[in-house]
Design a protein around this ligand. Sequence first.
Ligand SMILES: Cc1ncc(COP(=O)(O)O)c(C=O)c1O
Length: 391
Amino acid sequence: MDRMTEEEFDQYVLPVYQRFPITIVEAEGSYIYDDNGKKYLDFLSGWSVSNLGHRPRPVVDAIKEQADKLIHVPNVFYQEPQGELAKLLVENSIKGKVFFGNSGAEANEAAIKFAKLYGGGQRHKIITTERSFHGRTSATMAATGQDRIKEGFAPHLPGFVHVRFNDIEALRSAVDDDTIAIMLEPVQGEGGIHIATPEYAAAIQQICREKDILLIVDEVQSGMGRTGPLFAYQGYDLRPDIITSAKSLASGLPIGATILGTKVAANVRPGMHGSTFGGGALVASAAIATLQMLLSAEVKENTAMLSGLFAEKLAELEKKHGCIQETRQRGLMIGIELDQDSRPVAQACLDEGLFINSTQHTVIRLLPPLTATTEEVEQAVSILDGALAAL
Ligand SMILES: Cc1ncc(COP(=O)(O)O)c(C=O)c1O
């Protein structure tokens, strides 16, 4: 078969993504390779999907082994990998039960439905923050606190209110008798790497406790070891009622997980929700292998080491380049706020073989693999340094 050109691809695939004129054919560790043999250091990790780098060996082995036994049976049967995965997630987060879907949006969609179920038809309002991103389905788009995501798709699902991030007073004023949940990204990803303050987290916890309001943490981007602990909320004094996870959970196979605390899970009965592929044996095996790696001392220590290294390097960059307004870092979630459009910097880096991205127009975002090496970080920072100098 002739190789498909990029023009032909565009003839058939709906243009919902802005694509680079680059075709990727292979990936390994921290690198992706195009069809001309050019290699790129991937320090975005597919928006925090490849937290263990590309094709981590234990995950590939688990997928191969499982594919030889069982790929899919419907959820009317028991199968071991799904149960084992749920157990691992619960043991490493909150006491409760897990629902499996196939994406971050689906995980949040389930969180929204189950929060409303807990509201018992009385309370239904969910408070989220400005600049938040929770997904592209109708409910998660309505939950998202960014107008540009919603443009063209009105009317939106009612019941969501957006308040300023890290503003305790704004949050207190938004709470009323209809409020059933507060939905929070502990570190906003798409919104430009904005980090919840400990005071904000403490206030949220207090409001939730006082008013029996559920705390939903969206850990789709901030989870899976990216900020240090398995979930970013674990770096705060927070006790969520619902946790959502996706992206890196199965190292690149599609998965979404909604962990419901015991009191929320208690209301759920057969037939209330579902997803054909959710928690399939193949993806669950990949996720178990991923979690085992993420929980290993080796990966945790490397994440801590790289975080320290980045902190040092970012301070040097900030001193050197006047265009940097601020750097924001939580573990390996990194945002560099510029005083100008950051897209040319991301493009210049790509030309030089470093894949990072620009978000919210002025922010450079880095989400490097937790398994990267010191040399790879130094190489990435040197390319970024050059791109900033050329502005
Ligand atoms: C915090 C957060 N929530 C939800 C989503 C949606 O995930 P998905 O694209 O898998 O539906 C994303 C995706 O970027 C995200 O960053």
